[in-house]
Design a protein around this ligand. Structure first.
Ligand code: CTP
Length: 490
């Protein structure tokens, strides 16, 4: 690449580069190279990166004009208006994830929300009030007492003029402050003084997230009614750090906000659900396991659909590659034994839905060390033992939920097999998946795919549903359960 002579650039462009380089912790030349590279890639179809650069340019040139991208980076149209007229007060805490708050503001405004921002002093070390103000098209609030500032509206008014408070990133410090009722800066004072709903998107080092103090604070905040989204697992910004503590992605936060501000009737409010989803992994040795093709898409979609109807959903998920559904408390497990233990610990519940494709067998002799090939010895022999049937255990449990729903993937004798499972497992419904090739979807289409064709088998008969998307199956099942609960005294 030819060299870039920064001093030959216009002073406006130089200022822009200086700002961006400072935000990104790199040299001005590196910043310029990154922008050129992103622009070239953007022409090849990565519209999202171009948008980000445009936003930054707009932010730094002080333009208050809102971005109007027609399509997202994925090529899908951006859903507009889902937050039309909603007022979000976003509190940005001081962490590396603060840069994601810029994208969050953009996503919220795309959907019609107005976004007012409070930044802690630590947050201003990571992103500038200038960038945030340009993206939110509003003054950025930073000081508790600032009578000099014509924009000083006071902490009570900030809260009063919002429909929802969102803390992203929610640092360990901000969580600790609110859990203990501290109010020594604008962010903590607004949080303590509000009577509006609050959503926190924590982001911190995995060790800080796992610390008993943070766990205690999270538990007391949840008890106080604070909602959480994330954190997720993955690589952290600090090198060589990985684990749970990554802030949820902006679109996950948006989904959680949409769910919290959804004013549609909530027929499942106050009802507690347990849902299992995904496969289980049964270890053979530390690197090998027995698994199946379940993606968790159907179980996760059901958990999300129930949460949308106001249910308190506890999801127990086997290993999957999809995010936790918004607004759903998710426990992650690996094996059938762990899934059983997690489900039992969540009792009592009003309803339990068993969507997981639990491995039928596990090895009795999982090796502690990786099994090596030894010349002349042939393959190892695995001794297998049957796993506990989690659904049957709950179907006959002393604390049996009022409604128990199972799934059955069948390739033949669909109804007869489903009716047998209904009886044997003590379920009220069996959602029978037709995974035969004749169904048109086939076993590999249902397991891992986005479509499903089901029949609802209960003691009162069989209801056949047409083939549809898994989200639609989930929404219809949630509605059916809501209707059924109205007639059952749980
Ligand atoms: N299930 C469970 N625990 C198990 C096995 C199955 O909770 N150990 C649940 C599944 O989540 C599903 C239902 O039981 O809701 C039926 O699962 P399925 O695998 O179809 O039934 P099996 O009892 O394993 O029968 P088969 O594999 O012989 O059809």
């Amino acid at each position: 690449m030819a060299s870039i002579t920064i001093r030959n650039l216009d002073s406006e462009v130089k200022d822009l580069l200086r700002q961006l380089a400072a935000e990104n912790g790199c040299s001005m030349e590196e910043q310029a190279r990154a922008m050129i590279r992103a622009a070239v890639e953007g022409r090849a179809g990565q519209a999202g990166r171009i948008d980000q650069i445009e936003e930054k340019l707009r932010a730094l040139t002080g333009s208050k004009e809102q971005a109007t991208p027609v399509v997202a980076a994925s090529g899908k149209p951006v859903p507009r208006g889902s937050l039309s007229g909603k007022r979000i007060l976003l509190i940005i805490g001081g962490g590396i994830a603060a840069y994601k708050a810029l994208d969050l503001i953009r996503r919220l405004r795309e959907r019609g929300a107005s976004v007012r921002v409070v930044m802690t002093s630590a947050a201003q070390e990571f992103v500038t009030t200038l960038s945030v103000g340009a993206l939110s098209a509003d003054h950025v609030f930073t000081e508790l007492f600032d009578r000099e500032d014509e924009h000083d509206v006071g902490h009570i008014r900030l809260s009063r003029e919002a429909d929802l408070l969102v803390v992203a990133p929610a640092t360990a410090d901000l969580m600790a402050k609110l859990a203990n009722g501290h109010a020594n800066d604008l962010a903590s004072t607004v949080l303590l003084a509000t009577d509006k709903k609050v959503l926190m998107a924590p982001a911190m080092n995995p060790k800080m997230w796992a610390h008993p103090a943070t766990r205690r604070n999270r538990a007391s905040l949840q008890k106080d009614g604070i909602a959480f989204v994330g954190p997720g697992k993955g690589e952290m910004a600090e090198s060589n750090e990985a684990g749970e503590g990554r802030m949820a992605e902006p679109l996950e936060i948006v989904a959680a906000i949409e769910a919290m501000l959804d004013e549609k009737p909530k027929p499942l409010a106050g009802r507690r659900f347990i849902v299992t989803s995904g496969p289980t992994h049964e270890p053979i040795d530390p690197v090998r396991y027995i698994a199946n093709r379940s993606s968790g898409k159907q179980g996760h979609a059901i958990a999300a659909a129930l949460a949308k109807l106001g249910a308190d959903v506890r999801l127990v998920s086997g290993p999957v590659n999809i995010p936790d559904p918004a607004g759903v408390a998710t426990t992650h497990v690996e094996t059938a034994a762990q899934m059983k233990e997690a489900v039992e610990s969540l009792l009592p519940a009003d309803v339990a839905i068993f969507v997981a494709a639990v491995a039928d067998w596990r090895t009795t002799n999982a090796a502690g060390e990786k099994i090596k090939k030894v010349a002349g010895e042939g393959p190892p022999s695995l001794q297998m033992v049957e796993n506990p049937d989690i659904l049957a255990g709950i179907g006959h449990h002393a604390q049996r939920p009022g409604l128990v729903v199972g799934f059955a993937a069948e390739t033949q004798d669909l109804i007869r097999n489903a009716e047998a499972k209904l009886k044997k497992k003590g379920a009220d419904f069996i959602v029978a998946n037709d995974v035969s090739h004749e169904s048109g979807i086939g076993p590999s289409g249902v397991m891992g795919g986005d479509r499903n064709k089901v029949r609802i088998v209960s003691r009162s008969g069989v209801e056949e549903w047409p083939e549809m998307g898994k989200d639609e199956v989930a929404a219809r099942l949630a509605a059916l359960i809501a209707e059924r609960l109205q007639t059952i005294v749980v």
